[in-house]
Write a protein that binds this ligand. Structure first.
Ligand code: ASP
Length: 453
């Protein structure tokens, strides 16, 4: 059995946590590679190192001389760790040098931002590798460049290049324990490209697949993935087994514990993911795999929410007879690089549902509205901009669809919550319920009660 273990920000936030990580890793001979995040929050209103780095970049870009102070704040975070772990303080000079080198030498603002952001995980991996080596173990820092983690940079998200897996495979039979920084990869031109936030999970998946591991252990500060977000429901039921497909639907829809794109690299090779707690490694755990055996007992596995959707609703008499109507409308969004997520339709009406985060300015919004107004001869056009989508997810949903729809309608009727749209994916694994954002919390709590109590 071979494992890759990934540790999130809270697991590597300070020297106490890092020692726990090393304990876990050094007591499990099956772990052959460790992927680490940047130091996260040490207490609730602390700032993650990645956020400090983003601020450093912003200050530098805006020619704010305070960037130097911010750079030193970042070094201080590592200084605390380096001193506690009794490592050579020269490491801190190396970190300072790397940051200054990027600031001095990278002219392009996009690449500079990416390079600066990558330092959080990079410095952490370097110092953890040094610490484990100082304890007398055979351990090496392995950078994404050396490992060959390659991505194509696109306007939206980086795309992992297939050759990455063969590149990593070169290290498969090495007897060293590798410590690899998460969150970033390298473009074929040698530039540092970061993944989206929470992207160390993706690095962990890539490494687990490249090294042909059986299990990808993902350590966070939670013992399980839960049936609903613990911020919304008191003591939600834990999930012990969940399928990749279910996880994908849930993580895409607001389950922050596992980055949504991290499932993809594992699917082909059937690598199991085990979500565990660094502070309680011998207990709990959610296993994510191809199939689960408890679909009959637990047809629905979780309820999750994402706020911030907006709908463009258009009504036009005889819309159904116009060839290419939807295409013409979608072109407007494609042109603006905005992914359209759902398109519920009637005979003479349709709704385009997109995530609010993709509209980056008022100007862009006006542009879309004006283009629609100029190119369509609609009877009615309205924008609803405060929608929340709630996803009800489970591989067994298809067997209880009528009952589920009944429960949703009953709950919303009792609570006087207006249903703006309801969408069933073709896979029948999920139902999306769109309501006004102001009703989101109440809706989740009531639905949770209906489905899990
Ligand atoms: N450090 C990055 C973030 O804060 C990536 C990660 O932790 O996975 O989003």
């Amino acid at each position: 059995m071979k494992k890759t273990a990934k540790f999130g920000g809270s697991s590597v936030a300070n020297s106490t946590q890092i020692k726990k990580v090393c304990d876990i890793v050094l007591n499990d001979k099956e772990i052959c590679a460790v992927v680490v995040s940047a130091p996260g929050k040490r207490y609730s209103n602390d700032i993650k190192v990645t956020d400090l780095l983003i601020d450093l970049y912003e200050k530098y870009r805006n020619k704010d001389p305070k960037y130097k102070e911010q750079l030193e704040n970042i070094i201080k975070r590592y200084e605390e760790i380096v001193l506690d772990l009794k490592l050579d303080e020269k490491l801190l000079d190396d970190f300072r040098l790397i940051l200054n080198k990027y600031l001095d030498e990278i002219d392009d603002s996009f690449y500079l931002e990416n390079a600066i952001k990558s330092c959080g995980e990079d410095f952490n991996a370097r110092l953890i590798a040094k610490y484990i080596s100082s304890l007398g173990y055979k351990c090496s820092y392995l950078s994404p460049k050396e490992a060959g983690i390659l991505v194509e940079h696109t306007i939206n998200e980086p795309i992992i290049l297939e050759e990455t897996y063969n590149n990593i495979k070169r290290f498969k039979d090495d007897d060293r324990l590798f410590i690899i920084p998460g969150f970033y990869a390298i473009s074929p031109q040698g530039k540092i490209i970061t993944f989206q936030r929470g992207g160390s999970d993706i690095t962990g998946s890539i490494v687990a697949r490249g090294l042909e591991c059986d299990i990808y252990e993902n350590f966070t500060d939670m013992s399980y993935i839960y049936t609903a977000h613990p911020n919304l429901i008191d003591n939600p039921k834990p999930i012990t087994n969940i399928t990749y497909r279910e996880m994908r639907e849930l993580s895409y829809n607001g389950f922050e514990i596992f980055q949504e794109d991290a499932v993809a690299p594992l699917l082909k090779n059937n690598i199991k993911i085990q979500v565990k707690n660094t502070n309680d490694p011998n207990n709990g755990g959610t296993i994510i795999e191809t199939k689960r055996n408890n679909i009959k007992e637990n047809p629905i596995i979780g309820i999750s929410n994402v706020g911030d959707f907006l709908a463009f609703n258009i009504t036009e008499y005889l819309m159904n007879k116009q060839v290419g109507y939807i295409n013409k409308l979608l072109d407007i969004f494609e042109y603006q690089h905005i992914p359209v997520e759902h398109i519920p339709t009637g005979i003479d009406s349709l709704s385009i549902l997109i995530r609010k985060k993709y509209i980056t300015s008022e100007f862009q919004m006006q542009n879309i509205i004006n283009t629609i107004k100029t190119n369509f001869d609609f009877d009615e056009f309205e924008i609803i901009d405060d929608l929340s989508a709630i996803a009800i997810v489970g591989e067994g949903l298809k067997n209880i669809m009528t009952q589920t729809l009944y429960k949703i309608s009953k709950t919303f009727d009792e609570e006087n919550i207006k249903l703006e749209a309801i969408i069933q994916g073709a896979s029948n694994n999920s139902l999306f319920v769109f309501i006004k954002k102001e009703n989101e919390k109440l809706a989740i709590q009531k639905l949770y009660k209906e489905f899990f109590n």
